[in-house]
Design a protein around this ligand. Structure first.
Ligand code: BGC
Length: 702
């Protein structure tokens, strides 16, 4: 794994400081030596019905999605019960950094995903939580681990891409990093959330196998490996049941099967009905108790649609989580982010960006730059800091643009010009006069809308025809490099006309510095694609069938089943522009010596080039199909590593496998099963660049 800087470190408040709970002699639940369960029971015995109900909703009238504009520290608040020493819980968005007020704008989560590095995810979660805490928050709404099904999804920047295994490991590490800062994480949005179009009313028809193999694993990992304090249920319906009233997903799978002990807050306004929400497993309604209020919950008990035991269960979940995460036993976190040293966050932002910047094309070794004496920068994004909009937006403290970063790195001996790209002729003139032209292109993404197509100008019409601009500049200067700053896959019809293509994602407030360091070769581009870039719009998953997306009569059928992301391209036999896992280094790697068994795969990675670099060997398995009705994807990611290698250096890499790595969801048995047969083992530098193969299991003789 790539060694990143030490995590953001600030000692948690001393346990000896006065607690908000009070004196254990008067309030026995304040005795921190008792278990969280015991303390909860002691406390609940003293609570009135109204006090219990007050624990089940945010009570901040300014809360919710719009709250951040008004309350600059918190999205939601549960004020607690001072009479009993129950402290308030302050909550903030979100998955890319604290949204309320200013914060460090980290690279978008899709960039973290491109890093293929759980260590970076731990640093990311730790940084977000550290800042959330210094804004006085106890809980952060993140990470977003919804597997990317629809490439045009407006929130694609906010998640970890199209592979469940990658999303699972990164989500769990993010949560561990965040919670180590003493902040509760809220992984979201359970169980399936795949598009913005009609998101509040959409019914998603998903078969059980697809649910288990594709959409649920990141939540399962968040709970079992990440120890998530809370799990946010989402909008829309899963197979006819509202996500925030889904007894099957929330009570049966999450709590009973996975053993989740935390609490379930609803997404904002996602609870539709008091009794259905309470019986369906939601513990806390956000952004306000529209259904979880004293009048409606008491009425539900009187009418026998909800039992008191069910309400007590929700109260128990909330309080036990608060006890378990130390909320009662420490002082409130002060809201002082504006006054503290943010150097560690800034360093984290830069390193994570470097680790995620993905070199897609490098014809003739145009990169790293060979100290050109003049560079023409084209496109407004060269002077901006891109980010997605909505609850994962962050207002940065400050931002280093690409132009600033490149100018600083290039030094005064390099002539740098800038044209905004609005006039293609002016851009071509500037490009013609320079040694190297770098065109910046971006899409526009955010919550509430999906992109209307995958071309650049479609994603961001206000910027004009960026594809045409790139072609024009490429004609004017043979040494043209495109820097994409997009939140998800885009079409690249000009890809063979330019020498270099760098996907920098939304690179965060240190993006300009990170990009300059990658362009000049101070660091190897660390990223690999966590999403496939299709060659044509209709090649993309869900693009060709309206019942798959955007839906018909507000119903979306996941008829592609488990063939999500690169599994789709493999099943259809289409060649993408850039496959999942692809990303070049400035050096070259050779894989060799593959050994494979059902418990581990090993391979030796060698740096065969002249420079130090970072390899990301990826392990894919082809599982045997237990029957025609259970088609198996050609390849499924089951392991990866991030390996820094000096020139000539080799390292042996081990990918551990568990029975779960080999398992498929058997709908008849409602259980994970490992099929008999031959398991194909594939290791390489991308999903389509497999250089080592092997098998284990019962395989036909060669
Ligand atoms: C989003 C959540 C977010 C919430 C609060 C909702 O619209 O779906 O992810 O946490 O708003 O801002």
């Amino acid at each position: 794994m790539l060694a990143l800087a030490a995590p953001v470190s600030t000692a948690l408040p001393a346990q000896a400081a006065p607690t908000r709970c009070g004196d254990p002699a008067q309030r026995p639940w304040c005795d921190a030596s008792l278990t969280a369960d015991r303390r909860t029971a002691l406390l609940m015995a003293k609570m009135t019905d109204d006090e219990k109900i007050a624990m089940l909703a945010s009570d901040d009238p300014l809360g919710g999605p719009l709250g951040g504009f008004i309350d600059t520290a918190h999205a939601d608040t549960n004020s607690g019960i001072p009479r009993l020493g129950i402290p308030p819980v302050y909550m903030a968005d979100g998955p890319a950094g604290v949204r309320q007020g200013k914060a460090t704008r980290l690279p978008a989560p899709i960039s973290l995903a491109a890093g293929f590095d759980p260590e970076a995810a731990r640093l990311y979660g730790g940084t977000v939580a550290w800042e959330a805490r210094h804004r006085g928050n106890d809980l952060i709404f993140g990470p977003t681990v919804d597997v990317l099904r629809v490439p045009r999804n407006g929130r694609s920047f906010e998640g970890f891409g199209e592979d469940p295994y990658l999303s699972s490991g990164l989500g769990a590490a993010w949560i561990r990093g965040a919670q180590a800062q003493g902040v509760m994480a809220s992984v979201k949005h359970m169980a399936v959330y795949s598009q913005e179009t009609d998101r509040l009313s959409l019914d998603m028809k998903v078969d059980p196998r697809t649910l288990r193999e594709v959409y649920l694993p990141p939540f399962e990992a968040a709970v079992k490996q990440g120890g998530a304090a809370t799990v946010m249920c989402g909008f829309g319906k899963l197979n006819g049941r509202w996500a925030c009233q889904d007894d099957g997903a929330l009570n049966k799978v999450l709590r009973s099967e996975w053993g989740f002990k935390g609490f379930v807050p609803s997404d904002h306004t996602a609870v539709q009905d008091t009794a259905a929400g309470a019986n369906g497993g939601v513990d806390m309604e956000l952004p306000i108790g529209m259904h979880y209020n004293a009048f409606m919950l008491k009425q539900a008990v009187a009418q026998k649609t909800v039992t008191q035991a069910t309400i007590d269960g929700h109260v128990r979940n909330v309080l036990r989580t608060m006890f378990a995460f130390g909320v009662f036993d420490r002082p409130a976190y002060p809201n002082d982010l504006g006054t503290i040293d943010r150097t560690a966050s800034e360093t984290a932002a830069r390193k994570i960006a470097e680790s995620g910047i993905t070199l897609l094309r490098n014809a003739g070794g145009i990169l790293p730059l060979k100290s050109p004496s003049s560079i023409a920068l084209v496109g407004r994004a060269a002077r901006e800091s891109q980010s997605g909009s909505g609850s994962a937006n962050v207002v940065p403290f400050s931002a280093v643009s690409a132009q600033d970063g490149i100018a600083r790195r290039a030094g005064s001996g390099t002539k740098i010009t800038y044209t905004d790209g609005g006039n293609a002729g002016a851009a071509a003139d500037a490009a013609r006069k320079a040694d190297v032209a770098i065109v910046f292109a971006t899409d526009s993404e955010g919550e509430f809308f999906d992109r209307s197509c995958l071309t650049l100008q479609c994603g961001d019409p206000l910027r004009g025809d960026q594809d045409a601009l790139i072609s024009t500049v490429a004609k004017a200067n043979p040494n043209t490099i495109v820097v994409l700053e997009t939140g998800g896959p885009v079409l690249t019809p000009w890809r063979n006309q330019v020498k270099g293509i760098v996907e920098a994602w939304y690179p965060g407030q240190e993006g300009g510095n990170a990009l300059a360091r990658v362009l000049y070769g101070d660091v190897d581009p660390g990223g690999r694609l966590p999403v496939t870039f299709p060659a044509a719009e209709n090649d993309a998953p869900t693009a060709a069938n309206p019942s798959q997306f955007p839906g018909v009569n507000k119903t979306v059928t996941f008829s592609e089943g488990v063939m999500v992301g690169y599994r789709h391209y493999d099943a259809k036999g289409t060649t993408p522009a850039f496959p999942f896992g692809h990303g070049l280094s400035y050096t070259a790697f050779r894989y060799g010596g593959l050994t494979a068994s059902s418990t581990s795969v090993q391979v030796t990675v060698t740096n065969t080039g002249q420079r130090a670099g970072t390899a990301v060997p990826q392990l894919y398995l082809g599982l045997p199909s237990p029957g025609v009705d259970v088609p198996q994807p050609a390849r499924q990611l089951k392991g990866y590593a991030k390996v820094a290698l000096a020139p000539g250096q080799s390292k042996r890499v081990t990918f551990p496998l568990t029975s779960r790595s080999l398992a498929y969801w058997n709908e008849g048995a409602k259980a994970w099963k490992v099929a008999a047969g031959c398991y194909r083992v594939m290791v390489g530098g991308s999903e389509r660049d497999i250089t080592q193969t092997g098998t284990f299991g019962t395989c036909p003789a060669k």
